[in-house]
Design a protein around this ligand. Structure first.
Ligand SMILES: [Zn+2]
Length: 271
């Protein structure tokens, strides 16, 4: 399997995130796997995920470079990583950062989390990076939907603004766009490179209700669905996420596409 939605922060940042998840003002959920570094690789391999991304995001200036350096260094030691970095508009150096992570570090893409960074996807300060990514075929994984606890519902509209400017930009909509599934699915009618990851979708959990877009969603653009988990920041076992997809009993070729074929094509990974 390839897992397109794995977080890979330095230990200190993970600890702060886990604290927020467990004790923050909203108290989201208890983290089942407090793993970092090589332990993430070891655990995922034991579950059958042989390759996985390294999603990181920044919420203040100066943080993106620190995270990108960490991912680069980790990638040198852990060949199973599919390195993803991040950019932060507030740094005022988005183009420089993008050139560094794509031309020097050869990352596969970036992750943006508008709700955490407090920067919208259609912030024009990010466009210089999108232009570079579109040209190089790099992937933007983003979390524009309102699930599980965000209040804004205009993510699909903002993503459309970006895609009108950069129609070939490869975008992965995390969590299948929960909860505004239909709005995100319709982006695929217009743009050829809009994909979806299954992180936290269709598992039985009280902390993320309405998390399943349903069978028809997966079948409409079956070649755009990528298996993702949100590991290690999940409150249930990794197997539950795998089973949540298997329980649809899709045709074997389609299931294989979801678990690795689509990701291989999108990322240009051989084996
Ligand atoms: Zn995530």
């Amino acid at each position: 399997m390839i897992d397109i939605h794995v977080h890979f922060f330095p230990e200190s940042v993970f600890r702060a995130i886990w604290k927020f998840f467990e004790n923050g003002s909203k108290g989201l959920w208890k983290i089942k796997y407090k793993l970092h570094g090589e332990k993430i690789r070891d655990y995922l391999k034991s579950e059958g995920a042989s390759r996985f991304t390294t999603l990181v995001y920044a919420h203040k200036p100066g943080m993106a470079d620190f995270l990108n350096d960490y991912i680069y260094q980790s990638g040198q030691m852990i060949p199973e990583l599919i390195p993803f970095g991040t950019i932060f508009a507030g740094d005022g150096e988005v183009k420089k950062t993008a050139l560094r992570i794509f031309e020097d570090f050869h990352f596969f893409g970036i992750k943006l989390h508008p709700f955490v960074s407090n920067e919208e996807l259609d912030d024009p300060r990010l466009f210089a990076a999108y232009e570079i990514m579109e040209g190089l075929g790099k992937v933007l994984v983003c979390h524009p939907g309102s699930g599980p606890v965000y209040q804004k519902l205009d993510g699909a509209k903002r993503l459309r603004t970006v895609l009108r400017q950069f129609p070939k930009l490869k975008v992965v909509v995390a969590h299948c766009g929960a909860f505004e599934y239909g709005n995100y699915l319709s982006l695929s009618d217009e743009f050829e490179s809009v994909y979806y990851d299954t992180a936290m979708n269709c598992v039985h959990t009280e902390v993320f209700h309405d998390n399943c877009p349903g069978r028809e969603f997966f079948l409409k653009y079956a070649n755009r669905i990528l298996f993702g988990s949100d590991f290690p920041n999940i409150p249930y076992s990794y197997t539950e996420q795998v089973d949540a997809i298997r329980h649809f009993h899709f045709e074997k070729t389609l299931e294989n596409d979801i678990f690795f074929g689509n990701a291989k094509r999108l990322l240009g990974i051989e084996n």
